[in-house]
Ligand binder design. Structure first.
Ligand SMILES: C[S@@+](CC[C@H](N)C(=O)[O-])C[C@H]1O[C@@H](n2cnc3c(N)ncnc32)[C@H](O)[C@@H]1O
Length: 401
């Protein structure tokens, strides 16, 4: 996707200051932007300069919406100052599956919520993991000054483009291409580390490279819809601790190399596997619709799974929910209730529904906590999720850092 400099220049959206101010007003109205300093940043940074084009799904295909194409320019100029995430880089895996999202400009309201949660002071040195378009780095530069801002992305072309766009606006933060899981040791220590991609566990270099009392803000996500933002304070050289956020976030995964991410292959469904049948009083939709229970479940069954409905019939709809993991394990739980019970059918090496029920019981025994009662301890030995106090351990993160 290419765009002419005319189309991407400041004059591509003549009234951008009005639109940026309207975006700031909208974010303030929905409680995502409270501080004057961050409001000034949103009003002053032209987002359209960082997102001259983005992708949308249309008729099952990803198509470009760009400033350079007269047919899409109006749509582009409207979306680019909307409180919405915009996909800016896609890739194809070797198997030729559906396109994978490699980069996006995150939802502005999520960015400002995170920036405010970061609680920066003048003079703070901030490391951002996931430069992407460079827009978020520009907000940081506006607030703190270029010297204080460091940003890394695994995609070298994104870093080059972001550097050029930032320079066009007079911002010159330190941008580096590489795996942000390693942090940026040459520029450490930092007062704040903020990740705009999700991680299955906190990479230890982030803790090591944060000053004592400094903050790490990241989306800990162990699988589809299973995780949330956590704000950690470094309390000792090898320890960080803190609570999960009340809201929700869903960032794309950190990848350790440029290009398409990992795509799991799933064992073919086999009707020959022995099936274990049982009954449950737990509505099978409950664990899915409760993000904390689902997080605890995903920690037990691993990060890769598919959730779906079984027996979908256009007239009668689904008759069961299903969960499948790559090793060929499958659980199907009927939606219908007979004498207060649903029927469970499990096959394959792992009894998935049993894990779900266990996670649900654990959550009930812990007093049905929502996200803000959950915390995370990160040490060199382990990363564990607790309820209310670090001593009340609920689960352990085992994801590759
Ligand atoms: C949601 S986008 C970031 C949005 C960005 N902050 C912006 O303002 O446009 C997530 C970014 O994380 C990057 N990423 C993924 N794995 C990474 C890694 N190991 N190190 C650094 N960046 C990574 C992706 O390439 C992508 O650009």
């Amino acid at each position: 996707m290419t765009t002419s400099s005319n189309a991407t220049g400041l004059h591509a959206v003549v009234d951008w200051p009005v639109r940026a101010a309207a975006l700031a007003e909208e974010l303030a109205a929905v409680g995502k932007l409270a501080s004057a300093a961050w409001r000034a940043a949103v009003e002053s940074v032209p987002r359209h300069m960082f997102v001259p084009s983005f992708y949308v799904r249309r008729d099952g295909r990803m198509v470009a919406v760009t400033a350079a194409d007269p047919a899409t320019r109006t749509e582009w100029s409207e979306q680019v100052y909307a409180n919405t995430a915009l996909v800016t880089k896609i890739g194809q895996d070797e198997a030729g599956g559906p396109p994978m999202f490699l980069s996006s400009s995150s939802t502005p309201g999520l960015m400002t919520r995170m920036l405010e949660a970061l609680d920066v002071r003048d003079g703070a040195r901030v490391l951002e993991i996931g430069t992407g378009t460079g827009y978020h780095a520009a907000l940081l530069c506006h607030r703190l000054g270029d010297e204080q801002v460091f940003s890394v992305d695994v995609e070298p072309d994104l870093v080059d483009t972001a550097r050029a766009r930032l320079a066009e606006l007079g911002y010159r933060p330190t941008l580096v291409a590489g795996d942000g899981a390693a942090g940026l040791v040459a520029h450490a220590p930092f007062d704040r580390v903020i990740a705009t991609c999700s991680v299955p566990a906190i990479p230890l270099p982030w803790v090591e490279q944060t000053r004592s009392g400094g903050v790490i803000l990241a989306d800990v996500r162990v699988g589809l819809a299973a995780g949330n933002l956590v704000r950690l304070t470094r309390t000792a050289p090898d320890r960080a601790e803190g609570m999960f956020d009340a809201g929700q976030a869903a960032f794309m995964e950190l990848r350790h190399a440029p290009g398409a991410g990992e795509r799991m292959s799933y064992a073919r469904r086999s009707d020959d596997l022995p099936v274990t049948r049982s009954v449950t009083t737990l509505d099978p939709r409950t664990p899915w619709s409760n993000p904390v229970v689902w997080f605890l479940t995903a920690l037990r069954i691993g990060g890769h799974y598919r959730l779906g409905y079984a027996g979908v019939d256009s007239r009668n709809g689904p008759d069961a929910v299903s969960i499948t993991t790559p090793d060929g394990s499958r659980a199907e739980i009927t939606l219908a209730v007979i004498d207060g019970e649903h029927i469970v059918a499990e096959s394959g090496p792992v009894r998935l529904w049993q894990h779900l029920e266990h996670a649900h019981r654990q959550w009930e025994q812990a007093g049905r906590p929502s996200w803000p009662r959950l915390g995370l301890t990160v040490t060199t030995d382990h990363q564990s999720v607790y309820v209310d106090e670090p001593g009340n351990r609920l689960a352990v993160l085992t994801g590759r850092q």
